[in-house]
Design a protein around this ligand. Structure first.
Ligand SMILES: *Cc1c(COP(=O)(O)O)cnc(C)c1O
Length: 371
């Protein structure tokens, strides 16, 4: 009964959400702080005062929400965790495409811009949904190993992309390493990359870093930036992601969206998303707290002879000589705290720990102390 293409699928495995007991969840890079009160109000209003709207189709193009996202990016410079971030131009709603989580947005980007006639170039270790979509859409991949110091091998990625006239995609900061390239380093890459192919930067964690690549849109018409409300905007359960790019590329993604699902962002999510954008000051404070906790945890582990990669995200990627990643994960879990372990060859010694509240981190530190 199954289609032939079904046999090629290998689904993404998300961080576990167990129900057997209440865990401190530091395994899915969710935000430990709740959404702003105005978001709860917007949702309550959407279902109470506007109940008739639930019976009607929502705005298929999320127009008001896209304008609010552009406004938030203009006001924050595209980085909640850096008060000095600035954009050299004003974005408008025409630069934004919204979807049901950035996973869906990425799926539309893959469908819109990547062909089966050439591989897309990506790091060997990056967001593990990219290989899943390549399998889903039948797009070949060329996965470039990271350098010894866990950074992207940008020279090798560029020379491979040039050979096949290919697109490049990676997360910046990258996952699961947490390392960020500076915007100027990304600019150098785009200058040397194929001009007739899109260059995709996934900025899921950018609000915990120092710089966004959004300012580079002034120079590069082939740049696509993918972002999410899930991490810095405490919105993982509501599902909202977006693309920032030139209006021409945004229009192309709309065409694909309208061939697949006319209404990817429902009415309640649009209302709650608008309220979230307006509360950017609150989320910026939370990002600052998370950054502070990240630095504190990094220092704590390093002083106990752990190897911790410099992170610009809301998680750290760390390992310790003499104890396997799997064992760290199991011991921490038995103490009631979930962290993430990947059995992927090359990174199997590491654990990925999402940064929680100060209280959660204290609990975590006291467990790690016993290892
Ligand atoms: C979490 C994450 C996403 C997915 O975000 P959603 O909007 O929740 O689908 C995309 N890319 C990277 C690198 C991520 O870490």
């Amino acid at each position: 009964m199954l289609a032939k293409r079904f046999e090629k699928l290998s689904p993404y495995v998300p961080g576990e959400q167990p129900k057997d007991r209440v865990y401190v969840k530091l395994n899915a890079n969710e935000n430990p702080y709740p959404p702003h009160k105005s978001v709860a109000k917007a949702i309550a209003k959407a279902v109470k005062s506007n109940i008739e709207k639930i019976g009607l189709y929502p705005d298929p193009d999320s127009k008001t929400l896209r304008n609010e996202i552009a406004l938030m990016l203009n006001k924050t410079g595209g980085v909640l965790g850096n008060k000095n971030a600035k954009l050299p131009f004003e974005l408008t709603g025409k630069n934004i495409f919204c979807g049901n989580g950035s996973d869906e947005v990425l799926s539309f980007v893959f469908y819109t811009f990547f062909d089966s006639d050439r591989p897309i170039v990506m790091p060997e270790h990056t967001y593990s949904f990219y290989p899943v979509y390549c399998g889903f859409y039948g797009i070949p991949m060329n996965r470039i190993p990271l350098k010894e110091n866990w950074e992207l091998d940008s020279d090798k990625m560029l020379s491979e992309a040039e050979k096949t006239d290919s697109s490049i995609i990676f997360a910046n900061p990258n996952a699961p390493t947490g390392i960020a390239l500076k915007a100027q380093e990304v600019a150098q890459m785009i200058r040397k990359a194929p001009k007739d192919k899109v260059f995709v930067v996934d900025e899921a964690y950018c609000d915990f870093a120092e710089e966004s690549c959004i300012p580079l849109l002034a120079e590069f018409k082939n740049l696509i930036i993918v972002r999410t409300f899930s991490k810095s905007l405490s919105f993982a359960g509501q599902r909202l992601g977006y693309v920032v790019a030139s209006p021409e590329l945004i229009q192309a993604i709309f065409t694909v969206k309208n061939c697949f699902n006319h209404f990817p962002v429902d009415f309640i999510t649009q209302q709650a998303g608008i309220a979230s954008c307006k509360a950017y000051d609150y989320y910026a404070e939370n990002a600052a707290k998370i950054i502070q906790e990240r630095e504190s945890l990094t220092e704590f582990l390093r002083s106990r002879s752990w190897f911790v990669i410099d992170s610009k995200t809301n998680f750290i990627f760390a390992k310790k000589d003499g104890i396997s990643g799997e064992e760290i994960y199991r011991k921490v879990k038995s103490a009631g705290i979930l962290i993430r372990h990947f059995s992927t060859p090359g990174i199997e010694d590491f654990v990925r720990i999402s940064i929680g509240t100060e209280k959660q981190n204290k609990a975590l530190k006291s467990v790690l102390e016993t290892l």
